[in-house]
Design a protein around this ligand. Structure first.
Ligand SMILES: Nc1ncnc2c1ncn2[C@@H]1O[C@H](COP(=O)(O)OP(=O)(O)OP(=O)(O)O)[C@@H](O)[C@H]1O
Ligand SMILES: [Mg+2]
Length: 389
């Protein structure tokens, strides 16, 4: 259709501002399989972002700039994410009406469902089922705190970049996972912009013409999948089915809690603890490590319970069918197996690189296979939309 754009490169840079590690990744989206052309990651001091909140803005800005410089990325439009705590995802029922009317009515509806002042939130929604009987329809409501979105946009601007897309980290994670899952390569890329995952806000020069987003066709064997992103300080739980997020929630347990226990109980240095957290148990008693992982992992299990109870009570599902671990803690020895055992369902470690190509050497000395689960958010962000060059 857009023949005149042929030959132009379509790229986007995703910047994942993790509380432990900032990642910067540029995808060339003009290939059949997206190609990672630029990448870098930079450690962030623990005091810079605490409990998901930016405490030291200057440190974060410097980390973003360092990361972009190391990746070889210029001062360009970027996609970035706000953490799950800023967002509420809820399925609600409202009177049947057109999408345009719903866009107006949603504010009144949201007031009953969102525990924030309506003036303080950015809303998005998607009609999941336009006729559930009795003149009602089912919609997915996504509400994000405006100030979080605005603060993020300002941060990106102050670092010298332009915020083209700002979305929720857990949705970016979902986006990356679905892309690999679909395995549709070029085709999936076209869908990536309208796959049922709403963006909280978007700084898009073409904004104004709203894109119709059709709910995905339900598949018979569709599963409830718990995407668990075990980051530095938090674990984001994001439960999805057929491309629709059912809820998203942050649990206050991340890989640093595991590492602290390795240090305390096994007398390890921080460096060795970090190596163990990445799955390297050569220098330690792996049984003891697994025991610690199980006891700290128990907190993730317990933390998940209220979310799963909600799924059951709302009659949505009996439980989850699959667990997918991502983030730097995904390879904690025995964690995937422990959670699989807890729920009696299969678990796997996310591998967003499986659906992508990457240029040789783009990850420097890092092993791509090892790195892959940490890249779900940056990959999911970079897939959002291309910028023509
Ligand atoms: N190759 C690696 N390089 C650096 N850290 C790694 C690596 N592999 C695993 N880790 C661990 O992953 C942790 C960071 O994970 P991740 O990047 O998912 O967190 P984050 O996104 O910064 O945090 P959050 O999502 O909680 O804000 C580090 O604390 C480190 O222990
Ligand atoms: Mg993260």
């Amino acid at each position: 259709m857009f023949g005149f754009l042929k030959g132009k490169q379509k790229t986007l840079t995703g910047m994942d501002i993790g509380s432990s590690v900032v990642k910067c990744l540029r995808l060339d989206l003009s290939q059949d399989r997206p190609l990672i052309t630029h990448f870098a990651m930079v450690d962030l001091a623990p005091e810079a972002i605490v409990d998901g909140e930016i405490m030291d803005r200057e440190l974060v800005i410097r980390a973003l700039q360092d990361c972009a410089e190391q990746a070889g990325v210029g001062k360009e439009p970027v996609a970035t994410a706000v953490s799950g705590r800023a967002v509420i995802v809820k399925k609600i029922v409202m009177d049947k009406m057109s999408e345009d009317d719903a866009r107006e009515a949603i504010f009144w509806e949201a007031e009953q469902h969102v525990p924030f002042d309506i003036d303080d939130i950015t809303l998005d929604f998607q009609i999941l089922d336009d006729d559930i009987g009795a003149g009602q329809m089912e919609i997915l409501l996504v509400a994000a705190k405006k100030d979080m979105v605005q603060t993020q946009a300002e941060l990106i601007r102050d670092a010298g970049f332009s915020p083209m897309v700002i979305e929720v980290a857990s949705f970016a994670n979902q986006n990356a996972w679905e892309y690999v899952q679909d395995g549709r390569n070029g085709e999936a890329l076209a869908d990536a912009e309208s796959d049922g995952v709403p963006e909280v806000d978007e700084f898009d020069p073409d904004a104004g013409e709203s894109e119709e987003t059709e709910p995905p066709e339900p598949e018979e064997d569709s599963e409830f999948v718990a995407l668990l992103d075990v980051g530095g300080g938090v674990t984001n739980v994001h439960i999805v089915k057929d491309g629709v997020p059912y809820f998203t929630r942050d649990l206050p347990i991340g890989s640093s809690q595991f590492m602290e226990e390795f240090q305390k109980q096994l007398g390890l240095t921080w460096e060795t603890s970090a190596a163990v957290a990445r799955g390297n148990t050569d220098e330690v008693d792996s049984e003891l490590v697994t025991d610690i992982v199980r006891s700290v992992g128990e907190e993730i299990f317990q933390g998940l319970e209220p979310s799963l109870a909600y799924l059951k009570n709302s009659g949505e599902a009996e439980g989850i069918d699959r667990i997918v671990l991502s983030g730097g803690g995904a390879r904690l020895p025995g964690l995937a197996a422990f959670l699989a055992e807890c729920y009696g369902v299969p678990s796997e470690v996310a591998d967003p690189l499986a659906g992508l190509d990457y240029e040789t050497g783009v990850f420097g000395s890092e092993d791509p296979e090892q790195l892959s689960p940490m890249l779900t958010v940056s990959v999911g962000l970079a897939m959002r939309k291309g910028v023509e060059r």
